[in-house]
Design a protein around this ligand. Structure first.
Ligand code: 5GP
Length: 199
């Protein structure tokens, strides 16, 4: 299939990667960013504070609540959600539309609530669920990250349990047993998904 402005189904080039908390979605996204320059990665907007090493405009666009609310009002988000009852996150609509219109494969790394919103507005996108090798391993990763308090971890674990139940809503489940392997599987699905899906 040739990609271009005349293509009536640009949303087929869009892949949504979701999965439970701490499964490693961010690590997979970083690997794809570093190793697959042909994949365009959406940069989300968030009201949470940057962590050490995070760069504004690269990992996220960091904004305050007032600016985020203004953008919601203006219809500037493809999807947006409050994650872990804490901060707001959203996918800026314009850059995604431009990437798809220019023929690029585009990837959103977002939470389950956001994935469900995209499924309503762009159902022809490819929905990929990133799963942990086991529930025990997910628990270890959640504690191991060490950037949250015990109370925050408990909230995240409860969220993750609910999120694990959502696998059936997705087109593909990829097990994150190894970052490189899982990333390669993801990009392979993105390429074949674009070529192979007819309905
Ligand atoms: P973190 O704060 O650890 O970077 O991300 C917390 C959660 O927010 C992750 O599950 C991540 O996938 C999700 N997230 C990041 N960007 C977006 C976004 O634009 N929209 C939604 N709905 N979730 C996002």
């Amino acid at each position: 299939m040739s990609a271009g402005a005349a293509d009536p189904t640009p949303a087929r080039r869009l892949t949504v990667l979701a999965g439970p908390t701490a499964v490693g979605k961010g690590t997979i996204a970083a690997y794809v960013r570093a190793h697959f320059p042909q994949v365009w990665l959406s940069v989300s907007m968030t009201t949470r504070k940057p962590r050490p090493g995070e760069v504004d405009g690269v990992h996220y666009h960091f904004v305050d609540e007032a600016e985020f609310d203004r953008l919601v009002e203006a219809g500037q988000f493809l999807e947006h959600a409050t994650v872990h009852g804490a901060a707001q996150y959203g996918t800026p609509r314009g850059p995604v539309e431009r990437a798809l219109a220019s023929g690029q494969l585009a990837l959103l790394e977002i939470d389950l609530q956001g994935a469900r919103q995209v499924k309503v507005t762009l159902p022809e996108a490819l929905f990929v669920f990133l799963a942990p090798p086991s529930w025990e391993e997910l628990g270890r990763r959640l504690v191991g990250r060490g950037t949250e308090t015990a109370q925050e971890r408990a909230v995240r674990l409860a969220t993750a349990e609910r999120e694990m139940a959502a696998q059936a809503e997705f087109d593909v489940v990829i097990v994150n047993d190894d970052v490189r392997r899982a990333s390669e599987e993801l990009v392979s699905w993105m390429r074949s998904g674009q070529a192979g899906r007819t309905g």
